[in-house]
Every structure is written in C-alpha cells, then in structure tokens.
Design a protein around this ligand. Structure first.
Ligand SMILES: *Cc1c(COP(=O)(O)O)cnc(C)c1O
Length: 484
C-alpha cells in the first residue's frame, strides 16, 4: 500500500509506504498522509472475521494498510499489543478478552463500546500501545532511535508514556504544566520509573509547554541532530489502529453481516471518528456516524452549516470534557480530502485559508450537497448537559460514565431518531469516569470507583523535573540525556 498527501506532494520517497511515514508527522507539503485508496472489504471477509479475537482481527485489517512488514511479524506485533493483561479494566460482567466489549444500556439498541480499558483509562491507549510496538520493531530493523518530544495536559502524554516505556530505541520527553493537572494524572505519569521516560513539569500553562515543543521542532538542525519525533494525533498509524474497533463493535452489536450499525463519537481532533469514516468507506455497514462535540463546537458547526471556522486560542472554552477542548481539528483535513473527491488542489486551497487563520465555507458547494452520503450527523453538549446525562445514565442503568462519553450519550439521545429503526447505536466510551472524578462528584455526589491496580498511585515515588519555560534549558536537558 502506497501513501499520498492530502495536498498532493508526499515527498521522498515519491510513493512512501507505511514504515516510511510511521515515524514522521505531516507530509513535507504540510498535508496529512492517507492510503492512495481505501482497501475494500468483501462480504466473505466480513463473514470470516466476525468471530475473530481482537488481535487477529487487527492483523487482518492492518495488513491491508501495512504491506511493508512481513505478515508473521505484523501478526506477532498485534498479538503482543492486544491482550487482556494490557486492556484489563473492563466493566464487571464484560469480557476483558474482547479488548473492546460492548456494555449495553438498552440491549440491542443502545450500548457503550468500551475503548478505555487500557493502562491509562482512555481510548488513546487503543492506538498508542500498537504504536509503541511498531516503533520498537521498525527502529530495531533500521538500527535507529527516536526521541519523542511532546506537550500534554493529560490523556495523550500518559498514553504515549505507557506505550513507550521500556521500548528499545525510544526516549520520551514529555512536557506538562506544573501544578495544572489533577493529582491522579500527575501520579499516572510521574510515577513511571522507566529510564527512557522523562517528565518535565514546566512552570507555566499548557500553551507554554506547547510553544517550547514548537520552538524545538522548528530548530531543524537540533531536530535532525537529536532525532526528535512526535506521536500526535495526525499520525497515520494511530488512525489505522482505530479502524479495528469499529469492525469489532459492529460484530458485537449485530448477529449477521446483513445488518447495519450506527456509532456516536465524542470528538475533538477528529482522529477517532476519522477512523469510523474510513471503516465505512472500506465497506463496513455503518448507517450513521454521529459526531459529538462539547462547547468547542467547530466540527458541529461544519456538519450543520458547511462552514469550517477554526477558533482562536482565546475563543477555546475550558470545559469539563477537556480532551475535546480544541480550536481546530487536526485530522479533519483527511475527511475533507474525501469530501472534495480526493482533489489535493482543492484541499491545499482550503487549508491555505485555515493556515492563515481564516474560515472556509462549503455551504453552497456541490460537495457539501452530497455530505449525507458520508453518513455524518452532529450535535453539541454543554457542562449542564454532561451533568444531566451522567445522572440519567447512572439512575436509569446503574452505569457511571465519564464526561466525554456523556457528551456522546447526550448527542446519541438527541439524534437517535435519525438512525433507522432496528439499527443498534454504539456510543464510543473514550475514558473511564475515575479520570474526571471532580465532575462525577458534581453530578452524582460520590467518587467514581477506581480500578484496583490504580489504588493509591498518588503515594508512589515520582520522577519529574521541574523547569522554567526556557527553550534553551530544555534543549540542554535533552542533549545531556541523548548524548549521556
Ligand atoms: C482524545 C480524546 C477525545 C477526542 O478524540 P479525537 O480523536 O481527538 O476526536 C475524546 N475523549 C477523550 C477522553 C480523549 O482523550
């Protein structure tokens, strides 16, 4: 499988394959990588895959996107990644061995697709754990190493650290805002004692940490000399890994491949639902993809009106579903590429506007007139909606959900009438409630349950360097660890 850029120039080599783009971020022209065409899944394949365990299903699907790793090796990587030991936080009564079990609220009609049973209790583990194993494999083959530099306000940083800990050839330098994360989030990250993980708490805000990452990455000599890489949400391998659980969810929610399913996806950077879009393009029978945002409704606005209007940082709301607090959706370009008939000139013209801080308007275009063919509908949720939804789900079903999943359930209820009768609707559960316990207490007056293996982690010794937001000091810190 060859990869192309949404803006037309994928760079050198001219037609990269999966391993060529695995360790990189954007394509050299600023676009995002996509397969040159989506592999189609036949009815015979769907029939054969229906009963496969998660790791084998992952191999079957990923081997369509990854043709430059020998099949036996890819199979072993999937088997090592998707185990019940790693994804061990399934709800009582659900099978951990299913990796992403469905927890029905209304049997056969409305369910939660559990994506948050990995080590950091958020769906990012689904892709990041695979990425860790792929990185280690490809770096060993090439005799190379990488130094991952990132900034986090929570979920992404911890998922990256748990995926990369102890991996040969990989070091992680993760910047976080000093004193701005919850005690639980700090404990999750800072208690890691692995020698290849470096936590740097920057005395500033998240934006200061992010600015340092940008400054270091823009120093091309330093970046090349120190083999600096990233694992952000535009990484194609992360999107590809996420395609798998849409198939798994479909098989769990239906009893035959004649049926359809609908998904509702709490969305921020459009990475998760982009994988759903790709699964549908591959031929998975998905009736509808419902996109849920919080108060940061840039995506909801687009699907309702055809106007994509990225917000300024100052216009971005700080909400109680913080992992969806985005001002522009970094993976959205992949969908728009498909929407405009995979025309890279059109995408480049639209993103010339976006990159200049302006909106684009497709409302009068022939492309937007056909948007229904892609199955998308959208809605938004507020803090009050989240509280009410968490309460209602707890009272009606005895199930505690996190704030992001609550945004999804709220929009699923609102749009359920647009899903054809008899089609099961799965809301993607993107985090467990214990990660956002403040809002759970606000909604329910009680603390969420904490998985037994995470009891008391706040008391563990922590390994973190507190540093001023000083680019040169942080470069020196990296240099000493890399050369050391
Ligand atoms: C990252 C994240 C999201 C948003 O996912 P995108 O792929 O950015 O759309 C939603 N919920 C949680 C808990 C997350 O960590």
């Amino acid at each position: 499988m060859k990869y192309i850029s949404t803006r037309g120039h994928a760079g050198q080599p001219t037609n990269p394959e999966f391993c060529d783009i695995l360790l990189g971020g954007l394509a050299p022209d600023g676009g995002l990588y996509l397969p040159e065409s989506y592999p189609c899944v036949t009815r015979a394949e769907l029939d054969a895959w229906r009963t496969l365990p998660y790791a084998e299903l992952a191999f079957e699907i990923l081997s369509k996107f990854i043709t430059d790793i020998p099949a036996a090796d890819l199979r072993a990587i999937c088997a090592k990644t998707y185990t019940a030991e790693v994804y061990c936080h399934a709800r009582a009564g659900d099978r951990a061995a299913d990796i992403t079990p469905v927890h029905w609220l209304e049997p056969g009609r409305l369910g939660l697709l559990e994506l948050s049973n990995g080590p950091t209790l958020a769906f990012k583990d689904m892709a990041m754990q695979l990425l860790g194993n792929l990185f280690e494999y490809v770096l060993a083959k090439r005799g190379e190493s990488i130094n991952i530099l990132g900034a986090t306000s929570g979920d992404t940083g911890s998922a990256a650290e748990y995926a990369m800990r102890g991996k040969q050839g990989v070091r992680v330098f993760m910047l976080s805002p000093h004193g701005k994360m919850s005690a639980f989030q700090r404990a999750q990250m800072y208690s890691l004692q692995d020698e290849n993980i470096f936590n740097i708490a920057v005395t500033g805000m998240f934006d200061d940490a992010q600015d340092i990452v940008k400054a270091v990455s823009n120093d091309h000599a330093f970046k090349a000399g120190h083999k600096i890489g990233a694992v952000n949400s535009i990484n194609w391998a992360r999107v590809a890994a996420q395609v798998v659980y849409y198939f798994k969810g479909y098989f769990a929610a239906t009893s035959s491949n004649d049926q359809e399913v609908a998904f509702c996806v709490p969305s921020g950077n459009f990475g998760n639902i982009c994988a759903g879009h790709i699964a549908r393009q591959m031929g998975l029978p998905v009736a509808k993809l419902l996109l849920a945002t919080n108060e940061n409704d840039v995506l909801d606005e687009f699907f309702r009106t055809g106007v994509y209007r990225p917000r300024k940082a100052a216009e971005t709301h700080v909400t109680s579903s913080p992992s969806m607090d985005i001002s522009k959706a970094s993976n959205f370009e992949r969908f728009v590429f498909d929407l405009v008939g995979r025309d890279p000139q059109k995408v480049a013209a639209l993103w010339a506007e976006v990159d200049a801080g302006r909106a684009f308007d497709l409302s009068a275009s022939a492309e937007f007139a056909r948007i229904a063919e892609f199955g998308f509908l959208s809605g938004a949720s507020s803090h009050a909606d989240r509280l009410a939804t968490i309460r209602k789900v707890f009272e009606q079903y005895g199930v505690m959900i996190d704030t992001h999943t609550a945004d999804g359930v709220k929009v699923a209820w609102e749009l359920a009438g647009a899903v054809p009768a008899g089609v099961p609707l799965l809301v993607l559960e993107t985090a467990l409630p214990v990660k956002f316990s403040e809002t759970i207490v606000e909604a329910l007056g009680r603390e969420p349950e904490r998985p037994a293996d995470l009891a008391g982690i706040e008391a563990l010794p922590q390994r973190v360097e507190v540093m001023a937001p000083d680019v040169d000091a942080i470069k020196r810190f990296i240099t000493e660890r890399v050369r050391g």
